[in-house]
Write a protein that binds this ligand. Structure first.
Ligand code: HSE
Length: 433
């Protein structure tokens, strides 16, 4: 088998991880020795880097790698969106296969990128873009292909899971824990993408496209992050037998549309019963539960961020390419490459049905729980539990957990509750599974 020559664009957390794997003496398959780094393009060659590099690998112009006829594969790990998208498209047009960890680009421009790869007869592989070190892209493309996927639900952002775990288990401060996640290399360059849920929305969009076969309009995914989470909600949830996690959810919906598959996709902080396998996923770990037919339910679990795990996913993609390039086949492997095979659409927010948690601050006066219950009943919202958890200085905190109800009916109930004279504020609302 010949050498697979690669050019790496970007040399941050993931890029240095790739270099370390390729130069290590770990006891791995000998095929790894056939990957050769031709060059690494960076913004600033003279920057102080905490890594010993072979001479002359660093260059400052990515085009030199893209246009180098010796190079088979471009590895894009520079991050960002517009420039990274241009680099990926240029590389594909130069007939180089691309390996990328860039979920923001794939979630927004995946269809253009997949189509360009198909047109130029090359691959674009994205294992590292979703859930760091966990193999999820390749299983969805190949190993699970004989199953009808019905639902994917997961914890797919390591930074927010790290923060929520520390807030739950150690009563840690939100801001300090976020800083620690940044220092450990888990968070995005701009951590608002993590804490506001956008990183998870990018990832569930990519997973849904692979699982259901149709293009997803990334911008219509209802997305909420953990930045509004109050420590009280964590405490109350724990008291009632739940953990709070940032969940990404994608499910086939029964709403019938002959021409397009209806999907219910959302991202939001959610209560999970403590006995549920996802409730036990702590720290930077991710987990994805996939329900399919005839397989049933499986869960993939492991480190969802960080230099080593993410770089390992990049290198496994390079190995896939090396194996496929060395076969020199005239046509591409139809499963390893990816093409849409149907239309999908996300159902309207008001049509989504789910369980909800609501924390209401109100006057501690007789009959208020009855009035709240009444409003839910009038709007066809069935309540699983309603409790008063804290009462001081005439104020009470009422926590409601509903059964699965439509967002539309739930929102109407909230309007009524807000208008009650005893109600001061709806302090928080979370999803439940
Ligand atoms: N910032 C991401 C996370 C990195 O925390 O999960 C991996 O995509």
């Amino acid at each position: 088998m010949g050498k697979c020559k690669i050019g790496i664009i970007g040399f941050g957390t993931v890029g240095t991880g790739i270099y370390r794997i390729l130069k290590s003496r770990n006891d791995v398959h000998p095929i790894l020795k056939d990957i050769e780094i031709v060059g690494i393009a960076v913004k600033n060659i003279n920057k102080n880097r905490n890594i010993e590099l072979e001479n002359n690998l660093l260059i400052d112009d990515p085009n030199k790698l893209i246009n180098d006829s010796n190079i088979d594969v471009i590895v894009e790990v520079m991050g960002g969106t517009d420039m990274a998208k241009d680099i990926i498209l240029k590389s594909l047009k130069a007939r180089k296969s691309v390996v990328t960890a860039n979920k923001a680009v794939i979630a927004r421009y995946g269809s253009e990128i997949y189509a360009t790869a198909a047109k130029y007869g090359v691959y674009v592989l994205t294992e590292a873009a979703v859930c760091g070190g966990i193999p999820i892209i390749e299983p969805l493309k190949r190993s699970l292909k004989s199953n009808q996927i019905n639902k994917i639900v997961g914890i797919i952002n390591g930074t927010t899971n790290f923060i929520l775990s520390k807030m739950t288990n150690e009563k840690a401060d939100y801001e300090e824990t976020l800083k620690l996640a940044q220092k450990l290399g888990f968070a995005e360059f701009d951590p608002t993408a993590d804490v506001e849920g956008h990183d998870a929305a990018d990832k569930i969009s990519i997973l849904s496209e692979l699982a259901f076969g149709g293009r997803i309009n990334r911008d219509s995914i209802s997305t909420e992050g953990i930045n509004q989470i109050n420590i009280k909600d964590i405490e109350y949830a724990n008291k009632l037998g739940f953990e709070i996690k940032l969940l990404a959810f994608s499910e086939r919906n029964t709403i019938n549309n002959k021409n397009s598959l209806s999907l219910n996709i959302w991202v939001g902080p959610s209560l999970i019963p403590k006995y549920h396998p996802l409730a036990k996923v702590d720290g930077v770990n991710n987990a994805i539960l996939i329900e399919s037919y005839p397989l049933g339910e499986i869960m993939l679990y492991g480190p969802g961020a960080g230099s080593g795990p993410t770089a390992a996913s990049v290198v496994s993609d390079i190995l896939n390419l090396q194996a496929s390039l060395s076969k020199n086949l005239p046509t591409k492997d139809p499963l390893l490459s990816f093409n849409f095979w149907r239309d999908c659409h996300i159902i309207d927010f008001n049509q989504i049905s789910k369980k909800n948690y609501l924390r209401i601050i109100c006057l501690d006066s007789p009959g208020v729980i009855g009035k709240i219950g009444d409003l839910f009943g009038k709007n066809d919202v069935s309540i699983e539990s309603i409790v008063q958890l804290d009462a001081s200085e005439n104020k009470a905190e009422i926590v409601v957990i509903t059964h699965e109800v439509s967002n539309g009916n739930f929102e109407k109930s909230k309007e009524g509750i807000r208008a009650l004279p005893e109600v001061e504020l709806i302090a928080s609302q979370l999803s439940c599974i």
